[in-house]
Design a protein around this ligand. Structure first.
Ligand code: AHR
Length: 514
């Protein structure tokens, strides 16, 4: 409960200032759901400088690389442990013809990337290069097939090329191209945004098409495909209902996607990534919190048709969508990344954790140089963004058990609108350690948080990390010292099983408890 300070006598106000404004109860003995590490997944499309320049520089580049792939980017991503990588799109997926991207590079045909800047795609980065990248990153590939403009045969042969060990034309072709053993790719998308850039289909039409394409994506050897149907954008509940009702869930698809991007309110027609005021910051957080309602409502529909919880909800595109940086190609979606982006990442990840019973994967868009990226590159230089550091701090939740939390949060109010001041999630790792991620959304005021670890007699604070910065729009830039970088955090007092945390304004912390 939040008491209005103006109504309190002075002595009571004084005592209130020393008591917690926010109360959290973490039920350490009630955890039963696992937070899939795949919630911490990524997405990389043939878009702008994500693939070309971001990962792929080619073997002859002066930029240090292994088989054409930048070493610095791979090393940085390995540090945050990315569990999966979705490719080749996005909208690009439904105009991509995979056979153009195999064989000797100098013989590969070109195409026009009609969605993203109309640039010529030379297909030098194709199936083999992508799967090599996944090997270097030690991550699981998620491949999105072309249902919008490709054929059933084309998709079926792609799966065969990648996964078959039989004697077959596609297996032979793969071997001729230098890869003996099948890769055994599990995650397979049946089109992308087919309600829009992937063919402008109705839900009913897509449900039929998806069932047909799915029929011919086969399992080879021991590998079992996890097929992902194209799901709704935002609050399109009709799409979800139709797919769950008519799409043969469980038979035709094992997971269904959801796309939702955070877009802030515009000021003077602009949504700059770096030049924004507090009301735009607030609108970004408020619009991100809409993800809570979206997940709740879509899950309610899924529960109706799939009470056994067999089908996963995969939020395979999410993140901030700002204006491109001034002077850059509008089709390349290159944007800077500030403390605001870190906060948006933390809120979303807390929500995916909260709904991990159904949310089995999520992929932030788009890893390098596009939208809410982990990494920005400029020629040979590389920058780690504030969002990168959130993924690093949240690594502790990968495959841990979600601990249900009851949160009584104060509010953060701007121009008469309010949102909760606190976002949190807690999990228990296999070794028994408990990790709590805790954010203070308010950029002007620190928060006191009382956090009871119910079910434990005594909590021992082991260590903490904080991400904050001087301003909400602080960011890391090329050739400069990092303005947003994690630091040790120890503003925690322990009494029995309760922690008192002094959470600075606009900060995200990770606490480790034993
Ligand atoms: O991530 C950029 C684009 O956003 C993707 O290509 C598309 O799926 C979505 O609309």
């Amino acid at each position: 409960m939040i008491v209005k300070r103006s109504l309190l006598p002075f002595f009571l106000l004084a005592s209130l200032l020393t008591t917690a404004q926010n109360n959290i109860v973490i039920n350490t003995d009630l955890g039963k759901e696992k937070i899939s590490r795949h919630i911490y997944g990524h997405f990389s499309e043939h878009l702008g400088r994500c693939i070309y320049g971001g990962y792929w520089v080619g073997e002859d580049s002066d930029i240090p690389n292994t088989n054409g792939i930048r070493n610095d980017v791979v090393d940085a991503l390995r540090e945050i442990g990315i569990p999966n990588l979705r490719w080749p799109g996005g909208c690009f997926a439904d105009e991509y013809h995979w056979m153009d991207g195999i064989g000797p590079r100098e013989e590969r045909p070109t195409m026009i990337n009609t969605h993203w800047g109309g640039v010529t795609e030379d297909n030098s980065f194709g199936t083999h290069e992508f799967l090599e990248l996944c090997d270097q990153l030690d991550t699981e590939p998620v491949i999105c097939g072309n249902l919008g403009s490709g054929t059933v045969r084309e998709m079926s042969q792609w799966v065969e090329y990648i996964n078959s060990d039989n004697i077959s034309p596609m297996t032979e072709l793969r071997k001729e191209n230098g890869r003996e053993a099948p890769w055994g790719v599990k995650y397979w998308g049946l089109g992308n945004e087919n309600w829009g850039c992937g063919g402008n289909m109705t839900a009913e039409y897509y449900a039929n098409e998806m069932r047909r394409y799915s029929t011919y994506t086969k399992n080879y050897g021991d590998n079992r495909l996890y097929r992902v149907a194209c799901g709704p954008t935002g609050a399109d509940y009709h799409w979800m209902e139709t797919l769950m009702k008519k799409g043969y869930p469980g038979r035709s698809f094992q997971g269904i996607s959801l796309h939702y991007y955070t877009v802030s309110e515009a000021k003077n027609n602009r949504r700059s990534a770096t030049e924004f005021d507090e009301s735009q910051y607030f609108s970004s957080l408020k619009n991100t919190l809409f993800m809570d309602e979206l997940l709740k409502n879509h899950i309610r529909i899924m529960d109706r048709y799939d009470p056994g919880n067999r089908i996963g909800l995969l939020v395979d595109e999410w993140g901030n969508w700002h204006d491109v940086e001034p002077g850059t190609n509008p089709g390349f979606l290159f944007q800077q990344n500030t403390l605001r982006d870190a906060m948006v990442a933390a809120i979303n990840l807390d929500l995916f954790n909260k709904y991990c019973r159904r949310v089995k994967m999520a992929n932030i868009a788009q890893t390098v140089n596009v939208l809410q990226a982990m990494i920005l590159t400029k020629e040979e230089q590389m920058v780690k963004t504030p969002s990168y550091y959130i993924f690093k701090m949240y690594k502790v939740h990968h495959d841990a058990t979600l601990l249900p939390a009851d949160v009584e949060s104060g509010t953060y109010t701007v121009e008469g609108k309010s949102i909760p001041a606190i976002s949190t999630s807690a999990s228990k790792a296999e070794d028994g350690k408990i990790h709590i991620t805790l954010s203070n959304l308010n950029p002007n005021k620190g928060q006191q948080v009382s956090c009871e670890l119910r079910g434990m007699e005594k909590a021992q604070f082991e260590k903490g990390t904080i991400l904050t910065a001087e301003k909400i729009n602080s960011y890391n830039d090329f050739g400069k010292e990092e303005a947003v970088t994690p630091a040790a955090f120890d503003a925690v007092e322990t009494k029995g099983n309760t922690l008192q945390v002094d959470l600075p304004a606009k900060s995200i912390v990770m606490l480790e408890i034993r």
